[in-house]
Design a protein. Structure first.
Length: 64
């Protein structure tokens, strides 16, 4: 049984680590962009609903 192969430490190449780091940064940026988009969509939905309610209230106040 050969033990000299098992005794050598296994090191990840520098280029592979760099690519993994870039992938993590890109995924984090996309996740942040997605979260900001989600919050923005919720905000504008609330604004639109509030505008409709305001118009209905104004019409009710003027017409009745």
């Amino acid at each position: 049984m050969r033990t000299d192969v098992e005794a050598q430490p296994h090191h990840t190449p520098v280029l592979r680590r760099a690519v993994a780091g870039v992938v993590l940064v890109v995924v984090a940026a996309l996740a942040i962009k997605l979260a900001i988009g989600f919050v923005t969509a919720i905000f504008w939905t609330i604004v639109a609903v509030a505008a409709v309610v305001a118009v209905l209230w104004a019409l009710k106040t003027i017409l009745w």
